[in-house]
Design a binder for this molecule. Structure first.
Ligand code: NAD
Length: 266
């Protein structure tokens, strides 16, 4: 079933990990896809080739999502290529971990800049186009869909990661606030909150058996997630099958939020 036939999606941070898989899955579901990358062009080109070799449509779009001028130019190029945008997956994210007392302003600003300000800038440009164009019933019941890649750390505090957890907590209120503001305009805004998914961001954990065993203590479903676990949810959430869903986070976490420490009585 091609749930996103004829729609255009932009996926930020699509040159690796979750974003790359979401880009491929959205193309398989029939969408034209903008594959955003910040610096790593060969990786983005590989994702574009995966899509075009499978018969889909995609272009690579360079932009550092924390830079307003680059975000604006990226949207202009996407819209010049495919005519409009129907779906934004604001996925680009980084970590710069540090004990709180040692955290530099540079580490703080870098993470907030990409994860939160980047989400704001991309969502704002997408919303401008959704409002200009309105609903096109042949394509979708909604005028536009935004999906943020958040994290279980929009809820779970994370020692040593104050910048990252704050960026995802902020993202939750950004998502809910604009969902509330834009629902009357038929724009749906949601987040996906991954738990631990095997990607380059956490390779140091899943690439050795001790790391996997220790991580699985936090995951009742007892496996580390795959990027496809997230990508399939993203396609469905962007589709009209999820038309009545706005303003919420769908956690894709194998039960990480179930307080597994209490499974044996706490
Ligand atoms: P990843 O490192 O593979 O992907 C991050 C992507 O963001 C990369 O493609 C990178 O090039 C891009 N990026 C970095 N800075 C950018 C910038 N300034 N502008 C544009 N793109 C930029 O890691 P991932 O795990 O696939 O992460 C994707 C998202 O998922 C992130 O927002 C991350 O916080 C979130 N997440 C991941 C996990 C996990 O376990 N992997 C869990 C929860 C949330």
């Amino acid at each position: 079933m091609r749930l996103l036939e004829g729609q255009t999606a932009l996926v930020t941070g699509a040159s690796s990990g979750i974003g790359a898989e979401v880009a491929r899955a959205m193309a398989t579901a029939g969408a034209n896809v903008g594959v955003n990358y910040p610096f790593d062009k060969p990786q983005a080109d590989r994702v574009v080739s995966d899509i075009t070799n499978a018969g889909g449509k995609a272009i690579a779009l360079q932009a550092d999502v924390s830079r307003e001028d680059q975000v604006t130019a990226m949207f202009e190029k996407l819209i010049a290529t495919y005519g409009t945008i129907d779906i934004l997956v604001s996925n680009a994210g980084i970590q710069k971990d540090s004990a709180f007392a040692d955290m530099t302003l540079q580490q703080w600003n870098a993470v907030i800049g990409v994860n939160l300000t980047g989400g704001f800038l991309c969502a704002r440009e997408a919303v401008k186009e959704f409002l200009r164009r309105g609903v096109v019933p042949e394509r979708s019941k909604a005028a536009g869909k935004i999906i943020f890649t958040s994290s279980v750390h929009e809820v779970i505090p994370w020692a040593g990661h104050a910048n990252y957890a704050s960026s995802k907590g902020g993202m939750m209120m950004l998502m809910k606030t604009i969902a509330q503001e834009l629902a009357p305009k038929k724009i749906r805004v949601n987040s996906i909150g991954p738990g631990a998914i095997k990607t380059p961001i956490n390779e140091s954990v899943w690439s050795n058996p001790e790391g996997v065993a220790s991580m699985c203590k936090l995951i009742p479903y007892a496996r580390i997630g795959e990027t496809t676990d997230v990508a399939l949810v993203a396609v469905w959430l962007a589709s009209d099958q999820a038309d009545y869903i706005t303003g919420t986070t769908i956690f894709v976490d194998g039960g990480m939020l179930l307080y597994p420490g209490f499974r044996t009585g706490g």
